[in-house]
Design a protein around this ligand. Structure first.
Ligand code: AMP
Ligand code: ZN
Length: 472
C-alpha cells in the first residue's frame, strides 16, 4: 500500500517515500503565540494530526516537529505594551495552546522548538545567505535578494515579476530601504531600548520566515520529507522558506508540500484579523463536545476543501461520534457464542471497512470517504448482530477494526473523558446514584441529583446511550 498526497509544488498526487529509509521527517508550522489560537488554526493542526497518525501507521519511525513562533511584530508590541519579557508574554498562550491540543486529542509532536531558542542557527543561516550573495544589509537590517533565486514563485504559482509588496497581509511592506520591493526581511534591526538580540548581524530580531527554515533544518536536516500548513502559509511564508533554505544549501528543501484549506464562518476565513474567530473553550462553552469538534474538523470535509463552521456540521459530527460510540458499546457488551452464526457476514463487512478505509486514507488522506466506508460496514454488521450471535474471534476482530479506525480518528479517548473520566470521585458517585434512581424509575430523586450536579457546574443529559455529562 502506498500513500499518495497532493503536493502543492508540483500540483499533483505524489507517492510518499522517506528520503531516509523507514524514517519520515515531518515539519508543521505551529501557532504564533500572541493570543489564544482559534478553531480555524485547529482545522490545520488536526489535519496535520491525522496525517501524522497515518504516517505513524505507515512508517517505522516518524519525527514530527511543530514550531512555536514566539517572536513576531505583534508579540513584540504586546510585550512592550505590558512591560514584560517575551517569555513572560508568550508563556500563557503557549500553555493555552497545549491545553487546547489536549482537549482535542492531538498526538504531541516530538519537538516544539521555540523561535527564541534558535536565534544562533538563524544568524548562521543568514550569514550563509550573505556569503552566497542572496542577502544584503540595509540600515542594520538584512534582506533576502529575490533576484538571486530564480525558482522564486514556483510554490505559489506567482511569477516573481508579478509580486508586489503588500499583496498579502504578511508580505513584508516595511519602510526600510530595500533593493527591490519584493525582497523580504531576514533580520530586522532594532534600537537599544527595544527587545532584541545582540548578534554578529547587529542588534535586532529575526523575520518570521527564517525562523521556520532554521528550526526545521536544525532538527530535521537540510532536506525533509513533508512540510505542512494552512493554504495561507503558501505565500509568502513557504515560498520564502524555500528560497532561503535552497539558496543557502543548494539542496531541495522539502519533498512534499501539503496545505489544508480554511475553516470559514459565514463564508469568510476565520481569522484573528477579521474578529470572527472562536477559541476551543468558547466552542465548548456553547455546548459542543471535544469529540464532536474533533470529528467535524478532521472528518466532515476533505482537508483540501473549505469547511464552513456552523451548527449543522457540528450536529452531524456529534451524531457520527454517537453512532461510533454506541457501536463500540455494543461490541463490548456482546456475549460471544460458540458457533457464531453471524461470523461470516461480520468478517466480510470488517474486510470491506478496512479496505475502504485504507484505500481512502492512502488516496490523499480522504478521511470523510474512509469514514463513509466504515459506517456502511457498521450498518451491515449491526444487521448481522441483530439476527445472530458472533464468536469470540469475530468480537476480537470487531474490536481491532475500531482500534484501527480510532488510531487515526482519535475520538474514543475524548468520548471516554466526556463520559466521566475526569469527574471527581464524589461527582462520579452522584452520577452513579442518579443512574440507580433512574433504573428504579425514581424520577424525583433523579431530578434532585441532577440539580445537585448542576450546582457543581455539571450539566447532565439523558440519551439513548445513557447519561451524558459536561461541564457547563
Ligand atoms: P498562525 O498562528 O497565524 O501562524 O497560524 C497557524 C496555522 O493555522 C497556520 O498553518 C495557518 O495556515 C493556519 N490557519 C490560520 N487560519 C486558519 C483557518 N481559518 N483555517 C485553517 N487554518 C488556518
Ligand atoms: Zn512556518
Amino acid at each position: 500500500m502506498t500513500l499518495r498526497l497532493h503536493d502543492t509544488l508540483t500540483r499533483s498526487l505524489v507517492e510518499v517515500e522517506p528520503l531516509e529509509a523507514g524514517h519520515l521527517r515531518l515539519y508543521t508550522c505551529g501557532p504564533t503565540v500572541w493570543n489564544r489560537v482559534h478553531i480555524g488554526n485547529f482545522r490545520t493542526f488536526i489535519f496535520e494530526d491525522v496525517l501524522r497518525r497515518w504516517l505513524d501507521h505507515h512508517f517505522e519511525k516518524v519525527t514530527h516537529v511543530m514550531n512555536l513562533t514566539d517572536v513576531d511584530d505583534r508579540i513584540l508590541r504586546n510585550a512592550k505594551e505590558h512591560g514584560v519579557s517575551l517569555e513572560e508574554e508568550t508563556a500563557q498562550w503557549i500553555a493555552a495552546f497545549f491545553e487546547d491540543r489536549d482537549t482535542l486529542g492531538l498526538r504531541p509532536a516530538h519537538h516544539y522548538p521555540r523561535a527564541t531558542e534558535y536565534i544562533g542557527p538563524m544568524v548562521e543561516l543568514i550569514e550563509r545567505l550573505q556569503d552566497a550573495g542572496a542577502a544584503y544589509d540595509s540600515d542594520g537590517s538584512v534582506y533576502f535578494r529575490i533576484s538571486a533565486f530564480p525558482g522564486y514563485g514556483r510554490l505559489s504559482g506567482f511569477s516573481a515579476s508579478s509580486l508586489v509588496a503588500g499583496a498579502s497581509g504578511r508580505v513584508d511592506a516595511d519602510s526600510y530601504d530595500k533593493e527591490d520591493a519584493r525582497d523580504f526581511a531576514l533580520w530586522k534591526a532594532v534600537g537599544p531600548d527595544d527587545i532584541g538580540w545582540d548578534t554578529k548581524l547587529g542588534r535586532g530580531h529575526p523575520g518570521w520566515h527564517i525562523e521556520c527554515s532554521a528550526m526545521s533544518m536544525t532538527l530535521l536536516g537540510e532536506s525533509l520529507d513533508i512540510h505542512c500548513g494552512g493554504v495561507d502559509n503558501i505565500f509568502p511564508h513557504h515560498e520564502n522558506e524555500i528560497a532561503q533554505s535552497e539558496a543557502a544549501t543548494r539542496q531541495p528543501f522539502v519533498r512534499v508540500w501539503c496545505h489544508s484549506e480554511h475553516l470559514r464562518i459565514l463564508g469568510e476565513k476565520m481569522a484573528k484579523s477579521l474578529n470572527n474567530f472562536m477559541t476551543v473553550p468558547e466552542v465548548m462553552a456553547g455546548g459542543a463536545r471535544p469529540s464532536a469538534v474533533r470529528y467535524m474538523l478532521a472528518a466532515s470535509t476533505h482537508y483540501r476543501k473549505p469547511l464552513n463552521y456552523s451548527d449543522e456540521p457540528l450536529a452531524a459530527a456529534t451524531e457520527a461520534v454517537d453512532r461510533l460510540a454506541a457501536f463500540r458499546d455494543r461490541v463490548n457488551e456482546l456475549r460471544a457464542a460458540d458457533g457464531g452464526g453471524a461470523d461470516e457476514d461480520v468478517l466480510t463487512a470488517i474486510r470491506h471497512a478496512r479496505n475502504g478505509f485504507d484505500e481512502a486514507m492512502d488516496d490523499d488522506l480522504n478521511l470523510p470517504e474512509a469514514m463513509g466506508a466504515v459506517f456502511a460496514s457498521l450498518r451491515d454488521i449491526n444487521r448481522a448482530l441483530d439476527a445472530n450471535a458472533v464468536s469470540a474471534e469475530a468480537q476480537r476482530a470487531l474490536r481491532a477494526l475500531l482500534d484501527e479506525v480510532d488510531d487515526v480518528l482519535g475520538v474514543f479517548p475524548l468520548v471516554d473523558r466526556e463520559r466521566g473520566g475526569d469527574l471527581s470521585e464524589e461527582e462520579r458517585g452522584l452520577l452513579g446514584a442518579r443512574q440507580e434512581a433512574r433504573n428504579a424509575k425514581d424520577w424525583a430523586q433523579a431530578d434532585s441529583i441532577r440539580e445537585q450536579l448542576a450546582r457543581r457546574g455539571i450539566a447532565v443529559e439523558d440519551t439513548a446511550e445513557g447519561q451524558r455529562w459536561r461541564r457547563a
